[in-house]
Design a protein around this ligand. Structure first.
Ligand code: ARG
Length: 302
């Protein structure tokens, strides 16, 4: 099987991203500070937040995506950021579905999995604990070019990359995050199709930025300023990019490539440091299609 990006000459839409988990914002608050955006003095308005979240879910469903909703635990104000619950990966034939549960870096988020694991299990996906003790947050992980690209540093710890490679039997490409405001890879990287992705090199150390740019045949390179609008924290369904914001230059490139940009205001959720991608978690990644199977697994570090 060849999933190497240089072999991919035609820009095909992403085959995944048609099925999501999302957490209904029943108890969304900013109670503590674990990233530079959070300030307990600036609380989200619960009704406004719910309206924004409902519009986002409606937009996804309007594009034909399926969205499954789980409730939020009262003790887990950050649980709305569903992306961080875990990484869902199905076997090639789709019969064996696994969710590699996150092992959150901060204690404040560790109760989320207590509800998420049984919820996934109830929907026929095994909740799997990563071997070892290293932290892993699924907002750091993306399939691209047949590899699992994983950001490490602020949240995911490097040893988790080896555990992930062994668990899933895939090639894990580690990139080191060095920017305090792009503490998850999904704030600096967003696959668009089989050849293209948004990449913010300023989020990464120089060797990692170079490695990630080399993996993407046609990168849409974001400046630090552009990335800090949260544009990379968007969701792509076929040729539509659901984005919380889109700087004019970025929009021009996306539209030039045939994408439609739909803006979604999720400003209340920016108070917790997350946006559209963080609020959703794709459940339809497949081994053999989106991630090449590498027996035993392999880790590449820049
Ligand atoms: N307050 C949350 C945290 O710091 C925000 C998570 C954002 N999620 C994401 N996938 N980037 O953990």
């Amino acid at each position: 099987m060849t999933l190497a990006p240089d072999a991919v000459r035609v820009a095909e839409p992403l085959p995944w991203g048609r099925h999501y988990a999302a957490v209904s914002p029943d108890h969304f608050r900013v109670d503590y500070v674990i990233n530079p955006f959070m300030d307990p003095a600036r609380q989200p308005d619960p009704r406004y937040a719910r309206r924004q979240w409902e519009r986002m879910v409606g937009a996804l469903r309007g594009l034909g995506a399926r969205v499954d909703v789980l409730g939020q635990r009262p003790d887990s104000p950050d649980m709305v950021y569903a992306m961080n619950l875990g990484l869902a990966v199905a076997s090639a034939d789709g019969t064996d579905r696994r969710v590699v549960m996150s092992r959150m870096r901060y204690a404040e988020r560790r109760a989320e999995g207590l509800s998420a694991a049984p919820w996934f299990a109830g929907r026929g996906a095994r909740a799997v604990e990563l071997a070892g003790e290293a932290s892993f947050e699924a907002g750091d992980a993306f399939a691209f070019g047949g590899e699992l690209v994983v950001g490490h540093g602020p949240r995911t710890a490097e040893p988790a990359l080896h555990a992930l490679a062994a668990e899933l039997e895939v090639r894990v490409r580690g990139v080191r995050i060095v920017h305090p405001s792009m503490y998850h890879l999904d704030l600096a990287f967003q696959p668009l199709d089989s050849r293209r992705a948004m990449v913010c090199p300023a989020a990464l150390d120089p060797a990692s930025a170079e490695a990630l740019l080399a993996l993407v045949p046609e990168p849409l390179v974001l400046s630090e300023e552009e990335a800090l609008t949260f544009v990379a924290n968007s969701v792509v369904v076929d040729r539509t990019v659901l984005a919380p914001a889109c700087p004019p230059r970025v929009r021009e490139v996306l539209e030039g490539w045939g994408f439609t940009v739909v803006l979604l205001d999720v400003s209340e959720f920016h108070k917790g440091g997350g946006s559209v991608r963080c609020l959703t978690n794709p459940l339809d990644l497949r081994l053999g299609r989106d991630l090449a199977v590498v027996p035993g697994g392999e880790v590449l570090l820049a």
